[in-house]
Design a protein around this ligand. Sequence first.
Ligand code: 13P
Length: 232
Amino acid sequence: MIVALNNKCNLKKDEYLEYINQLDSISSSSQLIICPTFLNVGMKEVHNVKLGAQNVSAKEQGAHTGEVSSDQLKSYGVQYTIVGHSERRESQKETNAEVHEKLVRLFEQDITPILCIGESLEERQANQVEKVLEEELTTAIEGLTEEQKERLIIAYEPIWAIGTGVIPTNEEIRDVFLFIKKYLPTSKILYGGSANDENIDTLKEIKEIDGYLLGGLSLKIEKLKVFLSKCE
Ligand code: 13P
């Protein structure tokens, strides 16, 4: 399993140092990827944990105040980067076209993107799940080579499940995963949205799931350990 930890905008410097010391002590057969806030990227390597980032600029290095470019991420040892998280699509008005540019920038630097897609509750209730996911997927992956598509990791994160404690049924998740596989048959697909040390018992029945993108649980080391042990 791939288990990516999205710290979001959490953990001050000292807190992060303490956190990664604890992370260092975890032994798991899953591939852990830590995605800290930019300031904590490159702080310290963690044994057996790959380094990720939560975002990247759609532009190359240059006069773009406040941005972080893919070659800068690369120089800090970043191997994975979350792209198109719904929180950024919402608050930064990130478009599918920008998301596509970000994927291109990452592949230029040989960094594996973790592309987030997912519908809102209103969209699900209006039977628009496939329409939304198709739009998010097709624009993002347009023009990518077969090799890049194979390497791309998708994170299905229904917006209504993020931080709410509510998750879709196994059938709903399986339906979406099979839909994604129509476009990307060989990509790894993660589930994200309130995944925790309790509902993992149910989620792990879904054999199509290649891993998880964890938000809240990434910050709770003891519960994370339980989650990882149940993943095995
Ligand atoms: P939660 O696990 O806190 O619901 O967050 C999921 C998420 O947004 C990960 O990117």
